[in-house]
Structure formats: C-alpha cells, structure tokens
Ligand binder design. Structure first.
Ligand code: HEM
Ligand code: HEM
Length: 549
C-alpha cells in the first residue's frame, strides 16, 4: 500500500546521484544561492590578465612539490659522512641537510625532477609577480578602490622573495653558504643591535648549528602560511571589486564585458593551470637549475652563479658597487659600505609600494563613486608621468641587477670589473633621469600618433601620384571601434592653487604642500604632459571634405 504523498516521487524514480549530492550540500551550505549569484560573474578578457593566474598556478605547483620534498629533506646541520651514489663526494663530511638534498637529487625516485620543478616554479612565481605588478602599475589598475589589493600584492612579492631566499639556503651547499654569509654581513652592519640580531637569528656565533632547522620552519610553514592567507584575501578582493577592463565600445566604468565564470572561464583557467604546470615540468626536465653537487658543501670560496640571484640580486648590486666607506669612532666601526645599501634596499621597494597613494594625492583621483565602480584601464601612453616613473624605477632595478652580477658580466663579456662598477655607480643616478625624460617624450609622441590616426586615418602604404605630379600616401579611415578606443580616455585638469589674494585684497596663505601638489599635478596633467584629444569639431572639419586624403 502506498500513500498519495510518495506516489509522484516513485513514478519519477530516483534523482541522479550528482543532483542528490548537490541537494545534500545545498541543505547544509546553501550552495545554490551562492552559485546563482556568482557562477555567471563576468570576467573580462585580455592576455595580460593571465599574469595573475600564472602567479597563482606556480604557487600551487610550489606547494605540491614542496610537500614532496619535505618527505626526504632532513633540516639538520649535524655532521654526517656521505655514502650516496654521487661518487666525487663519497666519504666527505657534510651537514645532514646537504646530504639529504644530494639523496633527493640522486637516490630518491623522481627527486631531482621535483626539486627542479620546485626551483623553476619559484623563479617563475617571482618573475610572474614582478610582471603582473608591472601590468597593474602601467595600466593604473591600482587606483581607487584597489589600493588595498595593491598592498596585499606587494606584501606577497616581498614575502615571496624571502621565502625564495630561505628556500635556497636550506640545502646548505655552497650557494646557500654564500647567501647566508651575505645576509649575516648585512645584519652585522646595523649599528648597536646588529650583533644581537645576528646572535638571535643564528642561535649564537655564525653559522651555528640551528639555522637550517630555523629557516626550515620559516620556509615551509610561516611564510607560505602568511602568503596563503594574503593570497586568498587578494583573490577575494579581485572578485569583490570585479576586474578592471580596457576601454572599448560598450565598456564603461560601470559594467564588465567578458565571459561568464562558469563554464567559460573555469574551463579556460583549468586548462591554463595544466599548461603552466606542463611548461614548468618540461623546462625542469631539460634545464638544470641549482646543481648543488659540483661545488660541494658550504665553504669560504666564491659562490657559484645561480639564476636565483635574479630575485634579490639587486640588493647585492647595491652592496657590490657601494664604495667601502667606514667610520671608526669610540672603538666602534660603522660600515657604511654595507649599511647604506641596507637602507636603500627597502627604499627602492617602498618607492613602488607607496606610489598609488602618492598618485592619488597628487592627481586628486578619488572618484566619489560607488565602491564597485572601476576605472577603465589606462593605456600606458595616456599616463606619461606614471609610465615614465615606472620605467625609471625599472631602470634602477635592472642597473642594480647588473651590479649584482658584475662578476658574470666581466667574465662572460671580457670586461673590466672596475669599469662595470663605475658604470653602475653612474647609471644608478643618471639612468632613471634619462629613462624618465625619454619615456615621457615617447608617450607624448604616441599620443600625437593616436590623434593623427583619429583625424587622418591609418597610413595604408599605398602611394598615389596626383595629376599634377605630387606623390601622396593614401590614408584609410579607421573603424568606429578604433575611433572609440583611441578617444575613450579621460583627460584631467591639473589641480590649481587658485588666486592667492581674495576680492578684498586679503592674502591667502598657501602651504608648501599645496604648492608642491599643484606643481606635481601640473607635471601629470599640464600642457606638457598630455596632447589634447581631438574634438568632435576638429574631426568633423577634417572628415567632411578638404584636408582628408
Ligand atoms: C601570489 C602572488 C599573486 C597572485 C596569485 C595574484 C593573483 C591575481 C589574479 C588572479 C588577479 C586577477 C587577474 C589579473 O589581473 O591578472 C589579480 C589582480 C590584481 N593583482 Fe594580483 N596576484 C599576486 C601578486 C600581486 C602583486 C605583487 C601585486 C602588486 C604589487 C598585485 C596587485 C593586483 C591588483 C591591484 C589586481 C587587480 C587588478 C585589476 O582589477 O585590474 N598582485 N591578482
Ligand atoms: C612561495 C613559496 C616558496 C618558494 C618561493 C620556495 C622556494 C624554494 C627554493 C628556491 C628552494 C631551493 C631548491 C633547491 O634545492 O634548488 C626551496 C627548497 C625547499 N622548499 Fe621551498 N619554496 C616555497 C614554498 C615551499 C613550501 C610550501 C614547502 C613545503 C611544504 C617547501 C619545501 C621546501 C623544501 C623541503 C626545500 C629543501 C629541499 C631542496 O632544497 O630541494 N617550499 N624552496
């Protein structure tokens, strides 16, 4: 006998397993409404938006491979005699950390590949963050309300650098030893507290017996843990603010034009993850990175060249080119040759970190809009001062990187190391200024070209001879879409101080900061810094007949 209530469900049969699982989860987690609100979320398309994804995927790969390495790595500095398969080091005394890394490389199945993937992924992760940061910087994607996310990202970059540093210190090979020695030297140069910090960090006299195990917990737990938290926060903010987009027809700062998260974006992102993993694996399978065996365990000789230097290499450049100045007073030595670079190092990083706040102060860009409005992304040429600053910063960075690898430049290109040092010393000051001026001029040139394109069309490379003998190049009109894109950017007016005397002749006090702001604002939006966009009248006059060829 059956009741009327369960009749229909019988006749329909059981729901498919997937639906039942989904129902079960919805009853407990409310996934239906969550999915309904977010599955159709639109994500705009541009190749440069993949850079953030590269960071994300390489981070996941680092964690996966890192966990595998922890299974075989012994974070201990206890002395052991080596008896593994690498013959040249047989019978040598070395730390357990170094011996276990040799074992990972020669005796653990797949160990070398995983080690290499971990190292290559770390480099790609850091390089990816750097380039992603540049994408955000040069397009102005850090503007309100995204300043906080910029800071989250910046912290990820700095922590990533230190995680990489602690990572390559772990195997306790020659490279590790040199890196750690370098760090100890820098810490010791700090007046008064330097020695205490060094003793605290190394658990006594350098190098002591503790640093590998201490760096180990910092490397696998503390820093990646903080990074994971920041990363989740970073992505939640990207999701919450919605992604920015470049100008184009139908795109405003109140909408997003693109593909829905599900199914299109999820499928793309999943595929892209495997692409990144695949490329890193292929590179790791064929290109050796950080071979720790040829130079042996830590020793007082020179360090082997290693690509990891790219990451913190600019800090080493600072130290290598700084004159070895010292001040000796009251029985103490202040090593300026190391201490000054140690102070400049965070300043170089901070310059880019605080830039969004300075720009918003100078330009007054604080749209009093709804928080989820997004500024349309700038084409770098339309923000010449910002672009010039970014290129100047990059110039400092790369000049110092040359300084950090001065030995490699000298040996590879048969140059004098002193000449390189002097080049870096001069270029550190002159390079950014030249880069700033040149970039600004190039941007203005490109703006003029855009204006020309709008008014006169695209050069078609077709040369025509007119009846009276003159040769002209035919210009083709550009599409409506291009016209829109080339003229969509906003052009702001510089913030002015205004009259300093009111109508009654009373003088108004203008503070120094107001004057500075007006000056800087002029350098952003003054006549020297932006080519006025073509007006509708200009366009009509030219396209309506005469002058258009
Ligand atoms: C672990 C490292 C990082 C990961 C996994 C990551 C991931 C992402 C992803 C997936 C996006 C959206 C797609 C895109 O625009 O590329 C994004 C956007 C963003 N990222 Fe990162 N990022 C990282 C580091 C950084 C750094 C170093 C900065 C800057 C200092 C930064 C600042 C931003 C900003 C401001 C946005 C919003 C951009 C917009 O809406 O146009 N991120 N990030
Ligand atoms: C952003 C995060 C990370 C970066 C940038 C990073 C980077 C590195 C680097 C460059 C090395 C030296 C590799 C070599 O021997 O050539 C290393 C070693 C190591 N890493 Fe990481 N790592 C990260 C996160 C992790 C995590 C989350 C774990 C574990 C769960 C881990 C476990 C290890 C271990 C055990 C070693 C020593 C073994 C070895 O040197 O091969 N790492 N790491």
């Amino acid at each position: 006998m059956s009741t009327a209530a369960n009749e229909p469900s019988r006749s329909r049969g059981k729901a498919p397993a997937g639906e039942r699982v989904a129902d079960w989860a919805d009853g407990r987690l409310g996934i239906y409404s969550l999915a309904k609100a977010n599955m159709r979320k639109i994500f705009p398309d541009h190749w440069s938006f993949m850079l953030g994804e590269v960071c994300l995927y390489s981070f996941i790969i680092i964690i996966l491979t890192g966990v595998y390495l922890t299974l075989f790595f012994h974070p201990s500095m206890a002395e052991v005699e080596y008896h593994g398969s690498y013959v040249p080091l047989q019978g040598q005394m070395m730390s357990e950390a170094y011996a276990s890394t040799l074992d990972i490389s020669f005796d653990v199945r797949g160990g070398l590949l995983i080690r290499q993937i971990h190292h290559w992924a770390a480099l790609i992760f850091l390089a990816g963050m750097f380039v992603h940061m540049m994408r955000v910087f040069f397009t102005g994607a850090f503007r309100k309300p995204r300043e906080v996310n910029w800071l989250f990202g910046f912290l990820l970059l700095v922590l990533g650098m230190f995680t990489g540093f602690t990572g390559y210190s772990l195997p306790d090979d020659l490279l590790s030893g040199t890196g750690i020695r370098f760090m100890e030297g820098a810490i010791l140069s700090v007046p008064i507290v330097g020695t205490y910090i060094s003793f605290f960090l190394f658990g006594g006299e350098f190098p002591g017996h503790d640093f590998v195990s201490r760096f180990y917990s910092i490397h696998i737990l503390l820093l990646p843990g903080i990074m994971l938290g920041l990363l989740v926060g970073h992505l939640i903010l990207v999701f919450y603010h919605k992604h920015t987009q470049f100008a184009g027809p139908g795109k405003t700062n109140k909408n997003v034009v693109g593909m829905p998260l599900l199914p299109v974006y999820t499928a793309k992102a999943g595929g892209f993850f495997f692409l990144v993993f695949g490329v890193i694996s292929v590179v790791s399978a064929i290109a050796t990175i950080n071979p720790i065996w040829p130079s042996g365990p830590t020793g007082p000789t020179r360090s082997p060249p290693a690509p990891s230097r790219l990451v913190l290499g600019f800090s080493e450049g600072l130290i290598r080119v700084m004159p070895g100045w010292e001040i000796n007073a009251w029985g103490h030595t202040l090593v300026l040759g190391v201490f000054v670079p140690l102070l400049i190092f965070p300043l170089v990083l901070a310059a880019i970190a605080v830039y969004p706040f300075i720009e918003s102060w100078v330009t007054g860009y604080k749209r009093e809009h709804y928080i989820l409005d997004r500024p349309l992304l700038d084409r770098p040429r339309n923000a010449p001062t910002r672009t010039a600053f970014g290129v100047a910063w990059l110039t400092v960075y790369f000049v110092l990187l040359i300084g950090g690898g001065n030995d490699l430049w000298a040996t590879h290109f048969h140059l004098s190391i002193n000449a390189i040092t002097w080049f870096v010393r001069i270029a550190f000051f002159v390079g950014p200024v030249v880069a700033f001026i040149a970039t600004k001029r190039i941007c203005l040139g490109l703006q003029r070209r855009d204006k020309d394109k709008v008014l006169h069309g695209r050069e078609s490379a077709i040369i025509k001879r007119l009846p009276h003998g003159e040769f002209i190049e035919v210009h083709e009109p550009i599409s409506q879409e291009q016209l829109h894109t080339l003229t969509a950017h906003e052009q702001y007016k510089p913030a002015e101080i205004g009259p300093t005397v009111d109508e009654n002749g009373v003088e108004r006090k203008v503070s120094g900061t107001q004057k500075l702001r007006a000056k800087l604002s002029e350098s952003y939006y003054g006549e020297e810094s932006q080519i006025p966009k073509p007006t509708v009248e200009e366009y009509k006059e030219i396209t309506s007949g005469h002058g258009h060829h």
